[in-house]
Design a binder for this molecule. Structure first.
Ligand code: A2P
Length: 343
């Protein structure tokens, strides 16, 4: 399966799939690189994320994934500014992604959300701006409010938000526009206007989403895997017991032992071998390094076949936060798939 093929209608194409320590990257239409392994910053606490981003950049990361709702963009921006000031990296070598939050979907709010993110990150231009969820909410809605916060997709259609995102590119404030947590039908609907450059979705061996990947490939939409390690942090955060975590999965550990690498490196090598980008989050220096070193891990076809058997359509982030009683959304409408019992 090749996710990011030869077509460049979305603005990206593969230039190298090398498995050396040099990060395989995609090349944008203007020739600039997009490293396929980036640093995730969700759940990276203020007070920790500055050091994490500085360490990542000094170790060789060139792709940082952010979002307004993570609540830490000011500190990420401090780290980006200081790394550039210190001469560790030039702006044109960095790829910075951020995301439009749910309460900014109305067309006149899109520039408001973007401009705040640019101020916080202390950047003139974002490399990639994504619609974070296909879930429009009323301005200033608290993430955890239980009622009165929803717009329906008839109130604020995804297409309207998408047109406003594309308009930001015309203003020169973003280089590429994309989406996140979009099902294939939703990506296809956006592609009727213009194919998103990227769809960032949860992807790991327990949620392989092969049909979504194939569909995105057909539309030349690149795909980024979030929670590529099975999101061990969210289980802790939501006090949820997912049973055995992916990092402790026997099959992943067996393959890690054979290759003399860590389970995290197997999971990341698997994501990269499928043609996706991956953005593991860590604020620990040794793990930031460990994750980058996954670039030198090559799995065999047998490993890929064995990992394929771990699929059981399990979402660690199932979107149920957006499907409360008062919400117009259901899990079936959010993901455009049958309820879990019928999958
Ligand atoms: P920490 O920041 O303490 O390192 P995901 O990207 O799938 O959501 O996973 C992120 C979670 O996995 C975070 O809780 C992070 O914790 C942890 N993590 C990141 N890298 C590794 C690694 N190499 N080994 C084990 N856990 C990791």
């Amino acid at each position: 399966m090749s996710l990011v093929g030869s077509s460049v209608s979305s603005g990206l194409r593969v230039v190298t799939q090398s498995r050396s320590m040099e990060c395989p990257s995609l090349t944008c239409m203007d020739g600039s690189p997009l490293a396929r392994l980036g640093l995730g910053t969700w759940n990276s606490a203020p007070g920790e994320v500055y050091a994490a981003v500085r360490h990542a950049i000094s170790s060789g990361y060139r792709h940082i994934d952010c979002a307004a709702v993570y609540g830490n963009e000011i500190e990420v921006g401090d780290a980006l500014r200081d790394a550039m000031k210190a001469g560790e990296v030039r702006r044109e070598e960095l790829w910075v992604t951020s995301k439009l939050w749910n309460d900014m979907h109305e067309p006149d709010m899109v520039p408001v959300g973007l401009e705040q993110t640019l101020r916080d990150l202390k950047l003139d231009v974002l490399d990639l701006y994504l619609v974070h969820w296909p879930v429009p909410m009323r301005p200033k809605s608290a993430v955890t409010a239980t009622s009165g916060r929803w717009y329906t997709l008839e109130d604020v259609p995804l297409e309207t938000t998408w047109l406003a995102m594309l308009a930001q590119r015309e203003r020169g404030l973003i280089r590429y526009a994309g989406v996140s947590n979009y099902s294939l039908p939703k990506v296809q609907a956006m592609a009727e206007i213009e194919a998103p450059t990227m769809n960032q979705v949860e992807l790991h061996p327990h949620l392989q989403q092969t049909a979504l990947l194939d569909g995105c490939a057909r539309l030349s939409v690149a795909v980024t895997a979030y929670s590529p390690l099975g999101s061990p942090g969210t289980a802790e955060m939501f006090k949820r017991d997912d049973g055995v975590t992916l990092l402790e999965n026997d099959e992943i550990r067996r393959i890690a032992e054979i290759h003399q690498v860590t389970p995290a490196q197997v999971l990341l090598a698997w994501a990269l071998a499928r043609g996706t980008l991956a953005i593991p989050k860590s604020t620990k220096s040794h793990r930031i390094d460990e994750n980058l070193a996954a670039l030198s891990v090559t799995l065999t076809q047998q490993d890929m076949d064995d990992i394929a058997k771990l699929e059981h359509h399990h979402r660690y982030l199932d979107g149920s936060l957006w499907c409360t009683k008062s919400s117009p959304h259901t899990l079936a409408s959010l993901w455009d798939e049958s309820p879990p019992s019928e999958v």
